[in-house]
Design a protein around this ligand. Structure first.
Ligand code: PAF
Length: 283
């Protein structure tokens, strides 16, 4: 696997892939890779695609009091994992390459970015949309893959790709979970032993609430119970919300695909998770 840090060299490497007639898949990441990312690489490799993984801890998507400084950075291990997984190219630009002096553009995807994490983390999705648009223009992939764990991010990127005519197929890959159900995340390493044990309340609360809603239970009651389960495990809850799976409208029509999303803090670690809810075949 080649590692490239300059756009001009990236362009030549991608041109060489194209000259072989290959289609190109991009897996954007911020590093600290885990099995969730490896599932993205596996899916990216399908149909003989050349796989480009990017590692860039994007300062523009962290708020002033967030974890930019302590976000795990371990390119050596990441690079070994990517090589083993069959990734063809690691795109690892520095901050100056991504945001040279004078950089002044901001991409804001209104609507889908506004609620949930967008409300809890002002500016976060502008930072994500801006860097992902840049990655798309740098790599010009045919497809790009993102985990469903960051469900709102996936919705924001799908909207941006449609609105800005990127012509890139966006593939959402199901959330990879630990044996007890906790969603794999680079931030799980922040959890101490007790927090890790209690963190499983997040997928459990979502699962219980989703089944309750699918059985015809009151949405407000199910959301309140999920909230209580999380609080009982020691979480400080940002939100538990049932939304339209495409628009993220928080007053969804029941005949649409729905998603139950939650964000909550345990100790100093903020975790997010989500689960599908389908009322279409239920009473
Ligand atoms: O999901 C992530 O790791 C990041 O938000 C992304 C998409 C790589 C943009 O920095």
């Amino acid at each position: 696997m080649q590692t490239i840090r300059q756009i001009v060299l990236l362009r030549s490497a991608i041109a060489a892939f194209r000259a072989e007639g290959a289609s190109v898949a991009l897996v954007p990441t911020m590093g600290a890779l885990h099995d969730g990312h490896m599932a993205l690489i596996e899916a990216a490799k399908r149909d003989g695609r050349k796989v480009v993984a990017s590692i860039f801890v994007n300062p523009r998507q962290f708020g002033p009091n967030e974890d930019l400084a302590r976000y795990p950075r371990r390119e050596g291990t990441d690079s070994q994992m990517l090589t083993k997984a069959g990734c063809d190219l690691l795109w690892a630009p520095g901050v100056e390459e991504m945001y040279p002096d004078g950089f002044a553009t901001n991409i804001s995807v209104t609507g889908v970015s506004d609620g949930l994490d967008g409300a809890a983390r002002p500016g976060h999705f502008d930072g994500v949309a801006t860097v992902v648009a840049k990655l798309f223009n740098q790599v010009r992939p045919d497809v790009a893959l993102f985990g469903e764990k960051d469900f709102q991010q996936l919705a924001v990127i799908r909207r941006m790709v449609l609105d800005l005519d990127f012509g890139i197929e966006i593939i959402g890959v199901p959330t990879q979970r630990e044996d007890d159900g906790l969603a794999r995340s680079s931030r799980n390493i922040y959890l101490d032993e007790s927090e890790r044990a209690r963190a499983v309340a997040l997928p459990r609360a979502l699962g219980v609430a989703a089944r309750e809603i699918e059985r015809g239970g009151e949405v407000a009651t199910a959301l309140a119970s999920a909230h209580d389960m999380l609080a009982a495990a020691g979480f400080e809850v940002d939100y538990v919300s049932l939304v339209d799976a495409e628009t993220l409208d928080e007053n969804p029509a029941p005949d649409r695909p729905l998603r139950l999303l939650a964000a909550a803090r345990i100790g100093t670690t903020r975790l997010i998770d989500n689960i599908a809810v389908d009322l279409r075949n239920h009473p």
